[in-house]
Design a protein around this ligand. Structure first.
Ligand code: MN
Length: 196
């Protein structure tokens, strides 16, 4: 099965008070799981049944006939990646290689934070904000709905989910507050560094 629901890398209540267990019960248990179930149904019996998640995303991107498969497969990938981007006791400024790279490509950590939060806050409707590597340079991008930087020649290093289901139970309409907390309290820089 190419589309699987991975174990969460932390307990459901581990990100409290910043992201509640109730949000994770819905976000992981219902939304993420539904993308796995629905995507798996759509690829059953097709030549994509034996492909891996990343291959499915790349092979169906931009094909309007396969938009259903792309949307579900990309959302499976995006969420599996998003969980790994957070940890209890995370956030704040990184150290080491990723810190140096951020300083080199954005000028300062503060500039990176500003760009990342702005991308998340200004994504109209549902989507994602990302830190990616493109031609060996760090860049902030935002994508709509299920779209993923992998199909735009970029390597994802960090993402934040800005679909309302990611924050509405805890922050209602205050997306900027959720983004601030994500940066200050949740980012798993060890994981981000491991992707660099
Ligand atoms: Mn989500």
């Amino acid at each position: 099965m190419p589309l699987v629901l991975p174990e969460l890398p932390f307990a459901k209540d581990a990100l409290e008070p910043y992201i509640s267990a109730r949000t994770l019960e819905f976000h992981y248990g219902k939304h993420h799981n539904a993308y796995v179930v629905n995507g798996s149904k759509l690829i059953a019996g097709t030549d994509l049944e034996t492909a891996d998640n990343e291959e499915i995303i790349k092979k169906t991107a931009g094909d309007s006939q396969k938009a259903g498969i792309f949307n579900n497969a990309a959302q499976v990938w995006n969420h599996s990646f998003y969980w790994k981007c957070m940890k209890p006791g995370g956030g704040g400024a990184p150290t080491g290689k990723i810190a140096d790279k951020i300083k080199a490509d954005f000028g300062s950590f503060e500039k990176f934070v500003e760009e990342f939060k702005t991308a998340g806050a200004t994504q109209f409707g549902s989507g994602w904000a990302w830190l990616v590597l493109e031609n060996d340079r760090l860049k902030i991008v935002k994508t709509a709905n299920a779209d993923n930087p992998l199909v735009h020649g970029q390597k994802p290093l960090l993402t934040v989910d800005v679909w309302e289901h990611a924050y509405y139970l805890d922050y209602q309409n205050r997306r900027p507050d959720y983004l601030a907390v994500f940066v200050e309290k949740l980012i798993n820089w060890d994981f981000v560094s491991s992707c660099l």
